[in-house]
Write a protein that binds this ligand. Structure first.
Ligand code: S3P
Length: 425
């Protein structure tokens, strides 16, 4: 599928974003482990989340859908031995978090993924889970992997990367043995797993970059209201910021501080963002965000602890940087090379095709800014966020921008183009 975007007069209107992807995965997985029914309101109905649902159903979990609600019948920690390979599709979160849960089961299971997921690093979860006692086999410690759970023991583990997927896999495995499992990260990554487990009744201790979970808690099925996905909202924040005279309102967006680096970065660049109506949905902070276009934008430096707080927003941040005045430098972001695509090389290659002066670095990129964008044919490289970022860049370009292989947007945001069209009038 090809999508085509051109310069609109302005963007205006109100959007309700789809449910948060990270939180939807966690509601499904933790709901499956709890006792009783978990109701998930406003879940994200996208390919990645369907991968999690498919794996859980193969593990004997009953999940019913009524309108935009899911009802999960929890299995009180014990899943059923699957008769088929568990297919995580394109979803790193599904594969990694599921491995943590499978480590605590008493059967053997195989986890596979699509071509992109098979290239992504799994050693980062395999290593700590082996230390806890799981047997895991697979070529080069990549998918497909076979895992045999067992009586795990707690560990105290220091991760190499700030990765919520790795941290969550260890915490989920840490639910099984008696005693306390601790994960320490170089920087703090998103904490949705911790917040949700606490809501379901687990005992957690959080001190700086260290998270400890008490083993064998009683998890009780709960109501989860999934906030709108800030990572989806970010595409529209930048779209409105780079199209003059735009004025949009994004409703019910999750603004968890471990995730909200994009709000800090865009504010520092000069984007006019107003965060209103702050409240909590369960333990997750939510707000409405008004964005006004036409403000003067300037380049910034993005690095260090900010990186894990906006890792998924770097593709769209690069688009804002392309039109801002002055240089934007993105550092300490080598993780971008092992996402759904190598996002550093994909962004550098494709933004150049639109006229952006961008230099690829080992752990990031330098964008010179004030680019006059010109429409062209560009490629998603099978990466949903690259596709959406390029489509937004097309809104600031002269002529048509054609984004090829854009069907991958369905991984996280099936209604993206419809939402975009609803703002162009
Ligand atoms: C996610 C964590 C991040 C992020 C991904 C979703 C999660 O990955 O990039 O899109 O839901 O835990 P890492 O944990 O690999 O940094």
């Amino acid at each position: 599928m090809v999508i085509i975007t051109t310069k609109p007069e302005h963007l205006s209107g109100e959007l309700n974003l789809p449910g948060d992807k990270s939180i939807t995965h966690r509601a499904l997985l933790i709901g499956a482990l709890a006792r009783g029914i978990t109701e998930v309101r406003g879940f994200l109905d996208s390919e990645d989340c369907r991968s999690t649902i498919g794996c859980l159903e193969a593990l004997g979990v009953k999940i019913n859908r009524r309108a935009n609600r899911l009802f999960i019948e929890g299995r009180d920690m014990k899943l059923a031995e699957p008769e088929q390979v568990l297919n995580a599709g394109n979803s790193g979160t599904t594969a990694r978090l599921l491995l943590g849960i499978l480590a605590g089961q008493s059967f053997r299971a195989a986890v596979a993924g699509d071509y992109s997921l098979q290239q992504r690093p799994m050693k980062r979860v395999v290593e700590p889970l082996r230390l806890m006692g799981a047997q895991i086999e697979g070529e080069g410690d990549r998918l497909p992997l076979e895992i045999k759970g067992s009586g795990l023991h707690p560990i105290n583990y220091r991760t190499q990367q700030a990765s919520a997927q790795v941290k969550s896999a260890i915490i989920l495995a840490g639910l099984y043995p008696a005693g306390e499992t601790t994960v320490v990260e170089p920087y703090r990554s998103r904490d949705h797993t911790e917040l949700m487990l606490a809501q379901f009744g687990a005992e957690l201790k959080i001190e700086g970059q260290s998270v400890s979970i008490g083993g064998q808690p009683r998890l009780k099925g709960s109501l989860v209201r999934v906030p709108g996905d800030l990572s989806a909202a970010a595409f529209f924040m930048v779209a409105a910021a780079i199209v003059n005279k735009s004025e949009i309102m994004l409703k019910n967006v999750g603004i968890n501080p471990t995730r909200s680096g994009i709000l800090d970065a865009l504010t520092e660049m000069g984007v006019s963002l107003e965060i209103m109506n702050r409240r909590l949905w369960g333990r997750e902070p939510v707000a409405d965000i008004a964005v006004r276009g036409g403000a003067f934008l300037k380049g910034i430096t993005v690095d260090g602890e900010l990186i894990p707080r906006l890792i998924d927003e770097i593709p769209i941040l690069a688009v804002a940087a392309a039109v801002a005045e002055g240089r934007t430098e993105i550092k300490d972001a080598a993780e971008l090379r092992v996402k759904e695509a190598d996002r550093i090389s994909a962004l550098a290659g494709q933004l150049k095709r639109l006229g952006v002066r961008i230099e690829e670095k080992k752990d990031g990129m330098i964008i010179e800014g004030e680019s006059r964008l010109v429409g062209n044919n560009v490629e998603s490289f099978g990466d949903h966020r690259i596709a959406m970022a390029l489509a937004v860049a097309g809104l600031a370009a002269e002529g048509d921008t054609l984004v090829h292989n854009a069907e991958v947007i369905g991984i996280s945001f099936p209604g993206f183009m419809a939402a975009m069209r609803s703002l162009i009038n």
